[in-house]
Design a protein around this ligand. Structure first.
Ligand code: PBG
Length: 329
């Protein structure tokens, strides 16, 4: 019988030792909370497929923003849900300074100031009557270049409302460059662009569609990417960085950790990953059945996303995870 000379278990023998050698630690400042604001709501309304997540009223959103800041969350990403009658073919509610998203950006900035980073989702799908991320041509396809013009105006509207970061998520070709130039021209040189550079047209966005009351018929496969493609993802990242993206994002997160790692290796700008609604819903559903340890899985997924190379993680658990992490370290 021979015994091992080298014993990795030595470094695991106590909590103190494990803490000393822990390679990846996630901190509240790296988490971004996505929030939904619904026009005309008096009380927050639960989203059934995302237990614990609500469509906010203006008042409840201010409170949630305050709570996130107290927990040390690094940023808040806002999504607007207009009333049905305020949706139209071109998504004009996204550009209107009195549109619900721009109103909410102003509210949140007034509430939190510079104590966290306020971000606006820059996309038309919540505001269009057909639910696509851009405007349509007569034959019903998404018109890239006509959409760019609207994105530019939407970016300026969000910057004017006080957003520190705009997050173009529509995957139109050239969107980052057009938005960057429009922001600069309007005097918003300091507003950063977080590009959803790599966004897969998968099935993980189901609960989000409920959250934003999406009217989409069909799918987004002419603008978002096929799940099997990674070289295409790197090409998208290169283009976005060349067009002036300050940060790039991969979405969804957990099923695409190889993509997160490859993007991390490729560029030097901060890399974010979005743990999307379907990822959240799967864990919540399993935990509600008693099949998994909810908080354990929550923190394990966030740690894994960071270990893969994301320096920023968008997660619906941001506030809760930040509170847990603050108690832990
Ligand atoms: C598009 C957008 C989507 C999400 C974020 N931005 C939906 C889509 O692409 O269909 C999904 C986020 C999530 O599922 O949590 N504006």
């Amino acid at each position: 019988m021979s015994y091992p000379d080298i014993r990795p278990r030595r470094l695991r023998r106590s909590a103190a030792m494990r803490r000393l050698v822990e390679e990846t630690r996630i901190s509240p400042a790296e988490l971004v909370l996505p929030v939904f604001i619904k026009e005309g709501l008096a009380e927050p309304r639960p989203i059934s497929s995302m237990p614990g997540v609500v469509q906010h009223s203006r008042e409840s959103l201010r409170k949630a923003a305050h709570e996130a800041v107290r927990a040390g969350v690094g940023g808040i990403m806002l999504f607007g849900v207009p009333k049905n009658e305020n949706k139209d073919e071109t998504g004009s509610g996204g550009i209107d300074p009195d549109g619900i998203l721009n109103v909410a950006i102003r509210d949140v900035v007034a509430e939190v100031g510079d104590s966290t980073v306020v971000m606006g989702d820059l996309c038309l799908d919540e505001f269009t009557s057909h639910g696509h991320c851009g405007v349509l041509t007569a034959d019903g396809t998404v018109d890239n270049d006509a959409t760019l013009d609207l994105y530019a105006r939407m970016g300026v509207a969000q910057a004017e409302a006080g957003a520190h970061v705009v997050g173009p998520s529509g995957m139109m070709d050239g969107q980052v460059g057009v938005i960057r130039r429009a922001l600069d021209k309007a005097g918003h040189q300091d507003t950063a662009v977080l590009a959803y550079a790599v966004k897969y047209a998968g099935a993980f966005y189901g609960p989000f569609r409920e959250a934003v009351e999406s009217t989409l018929q069909g799918d987004r496969r002419t603008y978002q990417q096929s799940p099997g493609n990674i070289r295409e993802a790197l090409r998208e990242v290169d283009l976005d960085v060349a067009e002036g993206a300050d940060m790039v994002m991969v979405k969804p997160a957990l099923p695409y950790l190889d993509v997160v790692a490859a993007v991390r290796d490729r560029v030097d700008v901060p890399v974010a990953a979005y743990q999307v609604s379907g990822e959240y819903a799967m864990v919540e559903a399993a935990a509600a059945n008693g099949w998994i340890d909810r908080q354990g899985v929550m923190l394990e997924t966030l740690t894994s996303i960071k270990r893969a190379g994301a320096q920023i993680v968008l997660t619906y658990w941001a506030t809760e995870a930040a509170q847990l992490l603050r108690d832990r370290y």
